[in-house]
Design a protein around this ligand. Sequence first.
Ligand code: AMP
Length: 424
Amino acid sequence: MKIQAVRGMQDLLPEKQKIFRHVEDVVRRVFSAYGYGEVDFPVIEYTQLFSRSVGEATDIVEKEMYTFNDRSGDSVTLRPEGTAGCVRMAQENGMLFNQIQRLWYAGPMFRYERPQKGRYRQFFQIGGECFGMAGPDIDAELIFLTARIWQELEITDQVTLELNSMGSVESRKAYEQSLVEFLSGSRSSLDPDSQRRLDSNPLRILDSKDPNTQAILSDAPVLIDFLDHESAEHFAQLRRMLDNAQLAYEVNPTIVRGLDYYNGTVFEWTTTALGAQGAVCGGGRYDGLVEQLGGRPTPAVGFAMGLDRLALLILEQKNPPGDSGIDVFIASMGGIARAQALLLGEKLRDQFQEVRVQVHCGNGKFKAQLKKADQSGAQIALILGEDEVEAGEISVKNLRDESVQYRITNKDLARVIDSIVVSR
Ligand code: AMP
């Protein structure tokens, strides 16, 4: 059998990795500007953590988890999302009771979904989770924070904010009941998935892509009409905060998120630029989760954004960010010159920490080396041939201006390299 990557898993080659790194750098800067602390927790947890938090009757737990028994027979799962692990970590390390936490993390998640553009079985999420704050101000802060990330990534005009409130557990139950009553009359006209969900997880029917089901839903009761007073007030305040900041949003009553633990505010940032996989970021409040996992009641809110989709969005821009990666290319001809070229590379890296140097390795005709130098994106090539070695000099070729080539002595080198650093 030919060995290939596991289906749905992506390799990140330098071009794409550069974009990932750029997004991560921006995100790190923004989180730090809001005073969030970075955390990390394992990619593997006991399976129960996810079945008890994400919910038994969700797509993730029903059919998307990578679950297996480890060598001691314990059922473990590759994390399908970050919130559950983050709550487990915060709880286990005594970070929650009577405390305020603003945390963020980045890492791979795993879901056995049908792979397509923008949907992978291993994908990379960046998430933020806040504990100990019950008001709408922290919801607004998280939304501002994500908006600032889009602004810095220069994708603001490609994303839209959609908002909803799922109300309290009680008001959500009342709504669920009325939805089930409404849909039961048309049970046989629903798509098979929705028929099944009518018994297990009726809210998820709102996510159905089936046109028939959607047509039936157009007259269905809406969640927002069932909000309890407190949730309605929380939602109204949040909307005022966003209005005050002139941050545009749409209220979309069908956003219920695919996971069980949400209540109150839920939001999604979506794009139309990526075809079917339009969600780039999603989040909301999950005030009941800490208690559900054995902790004391702790208000909480969080979000996660998908780096793979953000990278696709950025790659589709005319001038995706990221630079060539090299400033100086060192070419050489002949054995003695090649050894000297290696040493010259080391000397430059010692002397100029911010200059990126690539030394040609191996044989290769001079012309071919210069072609490589040009393709590398470097500003200049330093050339060492027998002549140069004999004379104790270096030839400098300006790769961005074909006509310029000249010789320098070692002592002029610093000046030449300095001028590259300045012009970068
Ligand atoms: P969710 O936890 O499903 O709301 O996911 C949060 C974000 O992660 C989404 O908005 C997507 O950007 C991203 N995401 C979720 N599932 C995948 C996947 N299978 N492949 C790539 N990105 C994903």
